[in-house]
Design a protein. Structure first.
Length: 138
């Protein structure tokens, strides 16, 4: 079952219609998404760029696996991928997908308090967190 149709969106012409304009169709579909009520909380992607100490490399996979099990189970988490730099195993990028910025913010607040982890013990430098939103204009 797909996403519900947006009641506010203008419906594109049926496929095969002689006056179907691909640009207009894309604009109708893509341009309408952010105005729909069911799109009011847009999913976001968070990149957590990590540089691990050389000493932590033998134990880092197990520690990260334990930390990220809690992340994956947190309300609003849509998934987590871990990317390891092929030329530098101490450089790790954690890619998290969240149902909304509010879910991500609740997670960060939890990690700063009751959910504090051992991540800091692995790091050679402070982590860099960047949030990305899906663009419907490109």
């Amino acid at each position: 079952m797909g996403l519900p149709l947006c009641p506010k969106a203008s419906q594109p012409k049926a496929y095969g219609s002689e006056d179907l304009d691909a640009s207009a169709l894309m604009l109708a579909i893509v341009g309408s998404l952010p105005t729909c009520d069911h799109w009011s909380a847009m999913p976001i992607t968070a990149h957590l760029d990590l540089f691990l100490t050389a000493e932590s490399l033998p134990t880092a996979p197990a520690v990260l696996r334990d930390i990220l099990a809690d992340t994956r189970a947190f309300d609003g988490c849509l998934g987590v991928d871990v990317l390891v730099d092929s030329k530098d195993p101490a450089h790790v990028l954690v890619v998290e997908r969240w149902a909304s910025l509010e879910h991500d913010s609740a997670y960060r607040a939890w990690r700063a308090g009751d959910g504090v982890s051992a991540l800091g013990e692995l790091l050679a430098a402070p982590p860099v967190l960047t949030h990305f939103e899906t663009s419907f204009e490109v």
